[in-house]
Design a binder for this molecule. Structure first.
Ligand code: PLP
Length: 417
């Protein structure tokens, strides 16, 4: 095949398994009717009729935004009122005592790629947990970085500090810059959330210890895409206080996304928030990230930025949005409870789920299990070591009996090879 792309772009092909499964589910719905199809692939909230949800007050406000405000350019850094609201929303009552800067991004994904680009060198290795959102890998590959993993969970199904510590030390020997991506609370794909005690251990025993030993830069990239889908979103932020007054060779960044928390997935609005004890490190963060924003996507969705500013300018509206979101959080929790209870009853092992959009069932042959399920009109995407169920979108009624069907498919597919 003739190739004309530059050397670094050779062989690039994007296979979107998730999109493929979603399309297959839609096709099956047309063919067999939605009551006969379980689409467990979609990472968006759907109501119990299977329709994607926009929080009602978000929809009302979004439709009321003047067209000029929708279509105008905005500053590359983001509207100041949006950035203030994004920081307030991210930290809640747990704002760290540090210099904090924020720059608008094209969703959480844009924030993640911006950190990787600016805080690691070409050829470096980025660290994350072995269960992870696959775009981390796509971003790394596309920017000439590698992705390496530590084991998220130990034998007790809690955070694997030993594996984490080992991999951080390993990378610090090789590189001057180490970027670590941690997705919590409500990790995708498992629904795991690190406890405050686990965060203490991560920060005190690994990050601080390592930062003391050398002047190398450790950048924590905390992916909080699902943070608002815990029973207690205020407490879910309490770990953030721990990032106060850290040494200046530890840069802490948060990928804030409006996609899930405000149900505006396709509007591509988020922010990268940087936290440092050093004013100059914080200013450098803002400058570097801003240039990358300008060069990649310029400015982001102005209407959506206006939306967040307006919500944070009106306490009653903010309460309304929070109440509406909580109702959907409760619905997702109910669906997850049905699945998890049935899984326990029939002896189907699942990874620890605290809350959030997804539940993961580990298995040996995920592709085969997913195909077997698809043959029964159950669409659940395969991961590298399991299959994922979107509790955010499967109607409650369809959750009943799903664990048994999955157990059956896994038992057969795992026995095949
Ligand atoms: C783990 C995780 N991080 C970040 C994101 C970012 O989403 P977006 O770019 O839509 O803000 C997602 C979306 O699916 C996700 O699952």
């Amino acid at each position: 095949m003739e190739s004309r792309v530059a050397a670094h772009a050779k062989g690039k092909v994007y296979v979107d398994k998730l999109f493929g499964i979603g399309m297959a589910a839609k096709q099956a719905i047309i063919q067999y009717g939605k009551e006969n199809v379980i689409d467990a692939s979609m990472g968006t909230i759907a109501d119990d009729d299977g329709n994607i949800v926009c929080l009602p007050s978000v929809e009302e406000l979004f439709r009321s935004i003047p067209i000029q405000d929708m279509i105008s350019y905005s500053p590359v850094a983001g509207l100041p009122s949006f950035l203030e609201a994004a920081v307030t929303h991210t930290f809640g009552e747990s704002r760290p005592d540090a210099y904090i800067r924020a720059v608008a991004s094209a969703g959480g994904a844009g924030a993640i790629s911006n950190v990787i680009w600016n805080y690691s060198n070409f050829g470096d290795t980025i660290l994350t947990h072995d269960w992870y959102w696959t775009p981390y890998e796509t971003i790394c590959k596309d920017t000439g970085r590698h992705l390496m993993t530590f084991s998220l969970l130990d034998a007790d199904m809690t955070f694997n500090l030993t594996s984490f510590s080992h991999m951080v030390s390993h990378l610090l020997v090789k590189q001057d810059h180490v970027v670590i991506i941690l997705n919590s609370p409500n990790h995708n794909p498992t629904g795991y959330s690190m406890s405050d005690h686990e965060w203490d251990e991560i920060i005190k025993h690994v990050i601080l210890e390592s930062a003391k030993k050398s002047s190398k830069t450790i950048t924590l990239l905390i992916d909080i895409a699902y943070i608002d889908f815990t029973k207690d979103p205020v407490n879910a932020r309490s770990f953030m206080k721990k990032f106060s007054n850290l040494p200046s060779n530890i840069v802490v960044t948060f990928a804030f996304s409006m996609s899930k928390g405000f149900t505006v997935y396709g509007q591509r609005t988020g922010a990268l928030i940087g936290v440092s004890s050093s004013k100059s490190v914080a200013e450098e963060f803002e400058n570097a990230v801003l240039v990358t924003s300008r060069s990649r996507w310029s400015n982001v969705n102005r209407g959506c930025m206006t939306l967040l500013s307006a919500i944070y300018n009106d306490k009653m509206l903010l309460n309304k949005v929070n109440t509406e979101r909580e109702a959907y959080q409760t619905l997702i929790a109910k669906r997850a409870e049905v699945f998890i209870n049935e899984a326990h009853q029939i002896g189907l092992s699942i990874l620890p789920y605290h809350s959030g959009f997804f539940i993961t069932i580990p298995c040996i042959h995920p592709d085969e299990a997913s195909e077997m399920l698809a043959a029964q009109n159950i669409f659940a995407p395969p991961l590298s070591k399991g299959i994922r169920i979107a509790a955010c979108s499967v109607p409650l009624a369809q959750m009943h009996g799903l664990a048994a069907k999955i157990k059956h498919a896994i038992t057969i597919s795992d026995a095949v090879k």
